[in-house]
Design a protein around this ligand. Structure first.
Ligand code: GLC
Ligand code: CA
Length: 548
C-alpha cells in the first residue's frame, strides 16, 4: 500500500452557489468562499472540492459548461479564483475542481458549431444520428427521465444527451475531443489546482453503432456505455499525457459499478484514476433509483459500505461519503430528526473511521437537514422539475404523490443555503437567495455550533484531528463484526501494534453493547455521550484504541 497525501486527506465539498454570497445578489460566489477560508482551516480539512464555477447557462447549475476556462461572472473573476487557490494553499489546503466532460452545455461554441451542418469541423465533437421512421435513433433514456435524444431540425438529425437536453454528450472517440480535454486539465493544473473530481466518468465511451439494448425500466441502453469499450484506454491516455506530470489526484464519479470493476480503474497499479465514488450505499432507503423509496434499514447501509471496504481493500483506495450536492441530507435519511445531534455524530463516527478518503459536504458538519419545501415553485433542480413533469403528465400520478417524492429525494435538499448564523437567510445572503433557506437556520447554524463545545461541528473537528494524529484511522485494515445486526455497528481497524474498535447504536432506543473484545482494556478515544457503560444510548457512538 503506497502512502500518499490524498489518502491521508480529508475533503470538504463546496457547492459555490449555496455556500456564501459576498455581494448580496442572492448567489454564492468565490469571494464568499474566500471569507470562509479560516473556517475551513479551523475545521481541519485538507482538500476542498469545488463544484463547477465555469461559464454556464446553469441549466444544471454549472454541470452544463459553455466555457471550461472562464469563471462564471456571477461567481467572480479569474483574479478571485487565483486568490482563492493561494488562500487555500497558504492554509495547507489543496483544491480539486469538478471536471465535467461527458457532456458540455448546448451553448458551448463547439456545440453551436456542431449543430450548423453535417460537415462542420465540430460535427463529430458530439454524437449525432439519423432518426428511424421519424423517431429517435434508439430508445436510450436520460438520467433525468425521458428520452436521451433530441431532434434538431437544422440538419434533420438527433443528438445524444444522457442528462438534460441542454447537456449534449461529447464524442470521446474523436481524438480532437480528447486533446481539448487535455488542454482543459493542463490549464487548471498550471493555475495550481491539485486534482479533479471527474463527473460521471465511467459513461464517456459509448459502444460503436449505439445498439438499442435490452428492455429496462430505466436507462435502457446503459449496458452500452457504462464502463464502455474504450473508457480505460481514454482515461489512461489522460493520465499518461497530463495527470502523471503533476502531483495531483482524481476521483471519478461512477454509476452502477461493483468493487471488482472499480479496480479496473483504481487498482494501485492502474494508471487511470486515484479513487471512485460509487452509489451502492445510497440505495439503503430506495429500490435501485431514488424515486422508488423504501424504509431505511441500517443493515442495508452497512452491507453496502462493507462490500466496498472488503472489495477495494489492499488493492486500491476507497472514498467515504454520505452526502454531496446530489443527495438528500444524511441525518434526514439515515439518522433521526428527534436525535439530530446524536445521530449526526453517530453517522460521522461510523463513516469517518472506515478506510478511505472522507468527503464531507458543506453543512453536513453542522447536521443540516432536508428542506421543508411543500410547493413545486420552491424547487430549482432540473432533475426534480423533469421528474415532476413526467410523473404528473406522462404517468398521470397525482401532484401530491410527486411532491412527496421530491420531499424525500430531490437534490435540492443539499442545495439550500449554508446556514452560518441565525440572521436572515441563515447569514448566507441579505438578498433573496436563488433557492430558499431552510427555516431551521434559527437553531441549526455554524455560529451556534462554534459556541457550543458539544456541537456537531466540534465533534467533526475532533474526528478530523484524530484522523490526522492516528495513522491507523487512515491505513488500518478494516474488519466488520455483527454484519447482520440491524441495530448496532461494530468494526475494527488494525495497524502495526494498534487496534481501533468502533461501536455504535443505529437506533433511537437503548441497546446492549456487543463487542468482540474487552473494551475496558482500551482507551476511549471518542464518545458522543458522557456515559460509557454496556448500554448504548440512542445513536451513541464510541471509538476505542488498544495497544497490542
Ligand atoms: C453528476 C453530477 C450531477 C450532474 C450530472 C450531470 O452526477 O454530480 O450534479 O447533474 O453529473 O453532469
Ligand atoms: Ca453573489
Amino acid at each position: 500500500m503506497n502512502k500518499t497525501w490524498y489518502k491521508e486527506g480529508i475533503v470538504y465539498q463546496i457547492y459555490p452557489r449555496s455556500f456564501k454570497d459576498s455581494n448580496q445578489d442572492g448567489v454564492g460566489d468565490l469571494r464568499g468562499i474566500i471569507e470562509k477560508l479560516d473556517y475551513l482551516k479551523d475545521l481541519g480539512i485538507s482538500i476542498v472540492w469545488l463544484s463547477p464555477i465555469y461559464e454556464s447557462p446553469l441549466d444544471d447549475n454549472g454541470y452544463d459548461i459553455s466555457d471550461y476556462c472562464k469563471i462564471l461572472p456571477e461567481y467572480g473573476t479569474m483574479d478571485d479564483f487565483i486568490e482563492l487557490v493561494n488562500g487555500l494553499h497558504e492554509r495547507g489546503i489543496a483544491l480539486i475542481m469538478d471536471l465535467v466532460v461527458n457532456h458540455t452545455s448546448d451553448e458551448h461554441p463547439w456545440f453551436v458549431e456542431s449543430k450548423k451542418s453535417v460537415d462542420n469541423p465540430y460535427r463529430d465533437y458530439y454524437i449525432w444520428k439519423e432518426g428511424t421512421e421519424g423517431k429517435a435513433p434508439n430508445k436510450w433514456g436520460s438520467f433525468f427521465g425521458g428520452p436521451a435524444w433530441e431532434y434538431d431540425e437544422t440538419t434533420n438529425q438527433y443528438y445524444l444527451h444522457l442528462f438534460s437536453k441542454k447537456q449534449p454528450d461529447l464524442n470521446w472517440d474523436n481524438p480532437n475531443v480528447r486533446e481539448e480535454v487535455k488542454k482543459i486539465l493542463t490549464f487548471w493544473l498550471d493555475l495550481g489546482v491539485d486534482g479533479f473530481r471527474c463527473d460521471v466518468i465511467n459513461i464517456i465511451s459509448k459502444r460503436e453503432g449505439l445498439p438499442e439494448g435490452k428492455w429496462k425500466p430505466v436507462l435502457r441502453g446503459s449496458e452500452h456505455y457504462i464502463n464502455g469499450p474504450k473508457v480505460h484506454e481514454y482515461l489512461h491516455e489522460l493520465y499518461e499525457d497530463v495527470l502523471s506530470k503533476y502531483n495531483c489526484f482524481t476521483v471519478g464519479e461512477s454509476v452502477f459499478i461493483t468493487p471488482e470493476i472499480a479496480l479496473d480503474y483504481i487498482a494501485d497499479w492502474k494508471e487511470e484514476l486515484s479513487m471512485l465514488f460509487q452509489f451502492d450505499h445510497m440505495n439503503a432507503d430506495c429500490f435501485f433509483v431514488k424515486w422508488f423509496g423504501r424504509k431505511f434499514k441500517p443493515v442495508r447501509l452497512k452491507k453496502a459500505m462493507t462490500k466496498w471496504q472488503y472489495g477495494i481493500n489492499e488493492k486500491g483506495w476507497n472514498t467515504l461519503y454520505f452526502e454531496n450536492h446530489d443527495q438528500p441530507r444524511s441525518v434526514s435519511r439515515f439518522g433521526s430528526l428527534k436525535y439530530r445531534e446524536q445521530s449526526a455524530k453517530m453517522l460521522a463516527t461510523y463513516l469517518l473511521f472506515q478506510k478511505g478518503t472522507p468527503f464531507i459536504y458543506q453543512g453536513q458538519e453542522i447536521g443540516m437537514t432536508n428542506a421543508h419545501f411543500t410547493k413545486l415553485s420552491q424547487y430549482r433542480d432540473v432533475e426534480s422539475l423533469n421528474i415532476y413533469r413526467i410523473g404528473t403528465k406522462k404517468l398521470l400520478w397525482s401532484k401530491r404523490r410527486m411532491l412527496k417524492k421530491l420531499a424525500r429525494s430531490s437534490r435540492d435538499h443539499a442545495r439550500t443555503p449554508m446556514q452560518w448564523s441565525n440572521e436572515i437567510n441563515g447569514g448566507f445572503s441579505e438578498a433573496t437567495p436563488w433557492i430558499e433557506a431552510n427555516t431551521n437556520y434559527e437553531t441549526i447554524n455554524v455560529k451556534n455550533d462554534l459556541k457550543n463545545k458539544n456541537s456537531i461541528l466540534k465533534y467533526y473537528q475532533k474526528i478530523i484531528a484524530l484522523r490526522k494524529k492516528h495513522e491507523i484511522i487512515v491505513y488500518g485494515e478494516f474488519i466488520e463484526h455483527y454484519p447482520n445486526d440491524n441495530k448496532i455497528v461494530c468494526y475494527e481497524r488494525n495497524y502495526e501494534d494498534e487496534k481501533l474498535v468502533v461501536v455504535a447504536n443505529f437506533t433511537g432506543k437503548e441497546v446492549f453493547q456487543k463487542a468482540p473484545y474487552d473494551l475496558a482494556k482500551a482507551k476511549l478515544l471518542l464518545n458522543n455521550y458522557d456515559d460509557d457503560d454496556r448500554i448504548l444510548k440512542p445513536y451513541q457512538a464510541k471509538v476505542y484504541l488498544f495497544k497490542k
